[in-house]
Design a protein around this ligand. Structure first.
Ligand SMILES: [Zn+2]
Length: 174
């Protein structure tokens, strides 16, 4: 499991005892549900390898539509056949395997670079979402740009300064 993701999951678990306003609780549950499958994916022992392989396979299927080749080498090679190079799987870490492979391979395995980006983007997305959820739990309020579409809940209306209008209606009219 990615360290930052695990750390946030722990913090969220620890904050669960804080009673939240109903609309915040609903929003938090909704966001957690949205990223559940991504979290499950990152929880797998070989998440990085898994994401990388899925990316390479998907790009292999779409190779005719791609602007760039899967790999720039002139030969047949694993990524051009939708597989991860064996070196990646046998190395102590994928990163190390990637470095090794680059040194020995005669071309640039573009699809592996993209797969790495895909994994990094996935982790960044999950981290951002978990941070938003955790902050909302600590502040007991929704983030200013919270998307509440599809949530069956009354959100207290806020004025431009972010105050709840019900706290002082006369100020809004003035
Ligand atoms: Zn190649």
């Amino acid at each position: 499991m990615h360290d930052r993701v695990q750390e946030l999951l722990n913090s969220i678990e620890e904050s669960r005892s804080i009673p939240l306003p109903e609309h915040v609780e609903l929003w938090v549950d909704h966001r957690k549900k949205q990223i559940r499958s991504d979290i499950e994916l990152l929880r797998q022992p070989r998440a990085y390898e898994h994401v990388l392989l899925e990316y390479v396979q998907r790009q292999y299927e779409r190779r005719q539509e791609r602007a760039d080749p899967l790999c720039t080498c002139p030969n047949r090679c694993p990524v051009k056949e939708g597989r991860l190079p064996a070196r990646l799987r046998t190395a102590t870490s994928i990163d190390e395997g990637m470095r090794d492979y680059r040194q020995v391979h005669v071309g640039q395995p573009l699809v592996l670079d993209e797969g790495y980006e895909a994994y990094r983007d996935l982790v960044a997305h999950v981290v951002t979402e978990l941070e938003r959820v955790h902050t909302a739990m600590l502040r007991e309020e929704l983030p200013p740009d919270a998307d509440t579409d599809g949530l069956d809940v009354d959100i207290p209306e806020t004025d431009a300064e972010g105050h709840t209008s019900s706290t002082d209606a006369s100020e809004v009219e003035a």
